[in-house]
Design a protein around this ligand. Structure first.
Ligand SMILES: C[S@@+](CC[C@H](N)C(=O)[O-])C[C@H]1O[C@@H](n2cnc3c(N)ncnc32)[C@H](O)[C@@H]1O
Length: 174
């Protein structure tokens, strides 16, 4: 959230929000937040935990986001893209770009692999042992190339969790 560094008053979309952890972190800072997720059950938990007036949750498919073009200052997706086949992942990112204002912020957080060979081997096999069947394709794919193709300029990136995760912050090209 600090990495996002959004302006005060920003309208933020948290895609595939799950139980809303990230949405709450943004809400705590005073932003206007909407979290969407396909799963009603996840959102039931999110709604139960919600103690903020500036966050709300909606059941929605991220491949068809029910908001108009250029509605959000910031759109983000945390640890969800690796769970999707490439065609869906691409559609979700396209939708993310569509609903974000020109020059708006796009944040993607997901798995990565450390640079060193042993670390890569260990992390890959460990994560593969519990993650969805789409993880191997996701982790071998070029997420940076995909987001650039969709009109996002990568502004900043940061490896986290000893290289097993990455935060990518981009700008929607004007
Ligand atoms: C691993 S959870 C991540 C939750 C949350 N972002 C976090 O970091 O704690 C992945 C979430 O993606 C949601 N999801 C998967 N496909 C989706 C889609 N097409 N549209 C909206 N949500 C989706 C799932 O329901 C699930 O809640």
């Amino acid at each position: 959230m600090d990495f996002t560094n959004a302006r005060n008053g920003s309208r933020i979309l948290d895609i595939a929000t799950g139980t809303g952890k990230q949405a709450f972190a943004f809400a705590k800072k005073g932003y206007d937040v909407i979290g969407i997720d396909l799963s009603e059950d996840m959102l039931k938990v999110a709604n139960k935990k919600n103690k903020y007036k500036n966050v709300r949750f909606e059941v929605a498919d991220a491949t068809n986001i029910p908001f108009e073009d250029k509605y959000f200052d910031v759109s983000c997706v945390f640890f969800a893209l690796h769970d999707m086949p490439l065609t869906i992942r691409e559609k979700v990112l396209q939708e993310m770009v569509r609903v974000t204002k020109p020059k708006g912020i796009i944040v993607i957080v997901d798995y990565a692999l450390p640079k060193n060979k042993i670390g890569r081997f260990l992390i890959y096999h460990f994560v593969k042992s519990y993650e969805s069947k789409y993880y191997p394709e996701f982790i071998k794919s070029d997420i940076r190339a995909l987001i650039r193709k969709l009109g996002i300029k990568i502004e900043k990136e940061c490896l986290v969790m000893r290289g097993a995760g990455i935060i990518l912050k981009g700008n929607k090209n004007g």
